[in-house]
Design a protein around this ligand. Structure first.
Ligand code: NOJ
Length: 553
């Protein structure tokens, strides 16, 4: 329905969190030189595209999601010339490049915001943002009760030229990220120009940061008393559709089937429908799938709702740079994805088994899949980063109550026997966050050619996915309609009801995932193509997945 480019519809896109991927210049922070040197790794893994988190000039108050100049690269990461070279090098290796665009807010160091502060109340410069007088007799209370997503109020008061306390400005995230006012046509024009700037440089698409927040109810009403689950005045506003209709025309004018991927956390997923109706975004992440607990009925419900409401147009995703790594989630008593105050310990061996099975489920479903860097190495969430090293603004904004997202952003281990596990050159600075010592065995070089490793499982699965043309189709039939139920006599049907997901794709490919507590027989098949773990006397153990060839093909 969303008119998604064919290449993206079947793509496996690898998310690169640049500052933690690979450090080329030895300053302890990942950069473009490091990424370019590792492109062959991504090609060999079997990725079709990369999505790069923001690379723009930024004071890095929120890992680069506070952009000071949308048309240049931050010196920490490299130069514009290096970015252009990277796009070209990626294309040479058959990898498409999706970049992040951050239109909801910019940095407080952006020239527009510094001009707004200088220009004062009522100015055209302030009209690009949401400046308002405070409430109360002396204006010392914020203009409304909106919370910042990072904790505390969404408003900060600024001093005026005379040194006195002045207006407040809105920031749904950190104070260093003032929200732009999309009611102001200048803002829309500027972003369309920025899109063209990067399209001209050859990018294949954009991941749109908080795509559902740009437009606000201009009355800025309080939210106290809104029923739970009601639409907030900063999300999913009608005016957004005009923004994306216009963006769609911008991108459509370029050759090469480029793509918009929305970051939209609206729940349930059916709320994505209007955005994907064909004249706006091409796709948006499937966060209901990412948030689903390790439970057959819940996973099946999300898959069914996705396929029946928006088709296979929402990439399957298990992790990203904002959530606890799924390997750790799946090892906990509560496996859902929501941030939890007291998540409890994680059984990492169990989490690893489930993560192996989960990726085989994702990759067997119709549509595209996004991988988050390091999941292919079996990395877990690092939960003991020393307080003084935590960089995520959530930690400070919540008065150290929430440790935030750094645990999934720890630099990757490439070489088990090198300092910093080869994240950077051997004589370079330590990685910007410390890596657990046990990651030695998870380093890419230690896993390469070890048939039982997570890395080799990913490589094998991606190879099979690419080789089997039928997997590019959108058809999926659950086992009861696919004839597997006919084998009830073999004990299949009884166990299936209690936590086994099994489906076929046209052409004789089946995926079976056992989320129950007991081994189950495999349905009749011609060949076992891949299993996420050893079988138990021919049966599929708990927390294990198998891909089968069920017919001649
Ligand atoms: C979503 C991004 O993924 C996250 O990392 C960031 O903090 C917020 N948007 C604000 O830009």
């Amino acid at each position: 329905m969303a008119d998604e480019p064919a290449w993206h519809h079947t793509a496996v896109v690898y998310q690169v969190y640049l500052r933690s991927f690979a450090d080329g210049n030895g300053n302890g922070i990942g950069d473009l030189a490091g990424l370019q040197a590792r492109l062959p790794y991504l090609r060999d893994l079997g990725a079709d595209a990369i999505w790069l988190t923001p690379w723009y000039v930024s004071p890095m108050a929120d890992g680069g999601y506070d952009v000071a100049d949308y048309r240049d690269i931050d010196p920490l990461f490299g130069t514009l010339a290096q970015a252009e070279a990277l796009i070209a090098a990626a294309h040479e290796q058959q990898l498409k490049v999706i970049v992040d665009i951050v239109p909801n807010h910019c940095s407080d160091q952006h020239r527009w915001f510094t001009a707004a502060l200088a220009a004062g109340p009522g100015s055209a410069e302030r009209a690009r943002f949401w400046f308002r007088p405070g409430r109360g007799a002396d204006g010392s209370l914020p203009p409304n009760d909106w919370p910042s997503m990072f904790g505390g109020s969404a408003w900060t008061r600024v001093p005026e030229a005379d040194g006195g306390a002045g207006e407040w400005y809105l920031h749904l995230y950190a104070p260093e990220q003032p929200d732009l006012n999309w009611e102001n046509p200048e803002v829309g024009e500027e972003f369309e120009d920025i899109l063209r700037y990067w399209l001209d440089r050859g990018v294949d698409g954009f991941r749109i940061d908080v795509a559902d927040f740009l437009v606000k109810d201009p009355a800025l009403p309080d939210v106290a008393g809104l029923p739970a689950g009601a639409r907030k005045p900063w999300e999913d506003q009608d005016g957004l559709h005009d923004v994306y209709r216009s963006w769609r025309q911008v991108i459509a004018a370029y050759p090469g089937d480029r793509v918009f991927v929305g970051e939209i956390w609206l729940k349930p997923l059916t709320r994505l429908r209007p955005y994907l109706s064909g004249d706006q975004l091409h796709t948006a992440f499937n966060f209901d799938f990412m948030g689903a607990p390790w439970n057959a009925a819940r996973l099946r419900e999300v898959i069914d709702t996705t396929l029946s409401s928006i088709g296979a147009s929402a990439p399957w995703v298990l992790s990203n740079h904002d959530v606890t790594r799924h390997l750790t989630r799946y090892g906990r008593a509560n496996t859902s994805n929501e941030w939890q105050d007291n998540p409890g310990v994680s059984d990492l061996a169990l989490g690893t088994r489930r993560a192996r099975a989960a990726i085989m489920l994702s990759l067997a479903l119709p549509g595209s899949t996004y991988l988050y860097q390091g999941e292919e190495l079996g990395l877990w969430e690092v939960e003991d980063i020393p307080d003084e090293l935590i960089a995520d603004p959530i930690f400070e904004r919540t008065g150290h109550l929430v440790r935030g997202r750094d645990g999934c952003r720890v630099p990757l281990p490439w070489l088990g026997d090198s300092p910093g596990f080869g994240f950077g050159p051997a004589d370079g600075a330590n990685p910007w966050l410390p890596q657990p010592g046990q990651w030695r065995q998870l380093a890419a070089d230690q896993q390469a050619s070890d048939g039982g490793s997570m890395l080799e499982l990913y490589r094998a699965a991606l190879r099979i996915r690419k080789d089997r043309a039928e997997l590019s189709d959108d058809q999926l039939s659950w086992h009861e309609t696919a004839g597997i139920a006919a084998h009830a006599a073999e004990g299949w049907e009884a166990t299936a009801a209690e936590g086994v997901l099994a489906f076929t794709r046209p052409g004789g490919f089946s995926c079976v995932l056992n989320l129950s507590n007991a081994p189950v027989p495999l349905p009749p098949h011609k060949e076992l193509l891949l299993a996420s773990g050893p079988l138990d006397d021919g049966r599929l153990p708990p927390d294990t997945a198998a891909w089968l060839r069920t017919e001649a093909s």
